[in-house]
Design a binder for this molecule. Structure first.
Ligand code: SF4
Ligand code: SF4
Length: 242
């Protein structure tokens, strides 16, 4: 499937455009479909559109070409970028696990964009802002472990096994990416799932808690855990037995 997202109105082919709410048994019967999206739409309206995309998913996934023309787009409108990425993820997902994996990666990329590109943690000389004045060069990538096992009471601080020598993480752990320490909270930085369109739209309250607590955990393990919770929202209905 060719999936094209256009933000530049000079390049729009708007001859056969429809809105997502125009999807019905008649409009879905073409090889190519072009949606027009208004970047000024509210989050509520966009969530309604996602429900409709899920409803027509099995027809969308066999389209040869899907185009999305985004009107009124302004740089930094991350809500609309996330919305469009989610439409693509739903249209292309082969099954519910594939959808969860795609959504997981979208959320991680969104958080990385904030943390790395804007140096939110104020890294300087390998040391983050929260650890300035200390010897720690591992940020918050450590935890207390009990080397004596469940019967022991001696805890010591150990570095996370996924932290590489270059200071980067070797896995995508969404719980870690969502975590903000006191230093960041004082700066006013806090990532809540309800502010993250893709996670908020797809997952139910139990799954959202699972995402927040999935620290030090690779993507595959977290996604497998999410799959064990029935998603009563609307997602499962359209991916059953796939
Ligand atoms: S979240 Fe806090 S402790 Fe962790 S790397 Fe960022 S500033 Fe440092
Ligand atoms: S899993 Fe979490 S704690 Fe471990 S290296 Fe990655 S970000 Fe740091």
């Amino acid at each position: 499937m060719d999936f094209n997202i256009n933000y530049d109105k000079d390049k729009f082919d708007n001859s056969e455009e429809i809105t997502i709410q125009d999807l019905n048994k008649r409009t879905i019967r073409t090889n190519k479909i072009t949606f027009k999206i208004n970047a000024l739409d509210s989050k509520r309206k966009l969530k309604k559109d996602i429900k409709k995309v899920i409803k027509y998913k099995k027809w969308l996934e066999i389209k040869k070409e899907i185009n999305i023309n985004v009107y009124n787009y302004k740089k930094d409108n991350l809500l609309i970028v996330n919305f469009v990425n989610l439409v693509e993820a739903i249209a292309k997902a082969k099954n519910i696990k594939d959808l969860y994996n795609r959504v997981y990666v979208l959320a991680c990329d969104y958080l990385d964009l904030h943390f790395y590109s804007k140096n939110v943690c104020d890294f300087c000389d390998n040391k983050c802002g929260g650890k300035q004045g200390t010897d720690s060069v591992t940020g918050c990538c450590h935890y207390f472990a009990n080397p004596l096992g469940p019967l022991g009471f001696k805890y010591k601080l150990v570095t996370c096994k996924y932290l590489q020598e270059d200071g980067r993480c070797s896995i995508k752990s969404i719980g870690c990416k969502l975590f903000t320490c006191d230093y960041l909270n004082k700066k006013g930085v806090k990532f809540r799932i309800r502010d993250m369109f893709v996670l908020d739209t797809i997952f139910n309250p139990i799954q959202k808690v699972m995402l927040v607590i999935a620290t030090y955990t690779p993507q595959e393990i977290t996604v497998n855990r999410l799959l064990k919770v029935p998603n009563l929202k609307f997602v499962n209905k359209f991916f059953i037995n796939k």
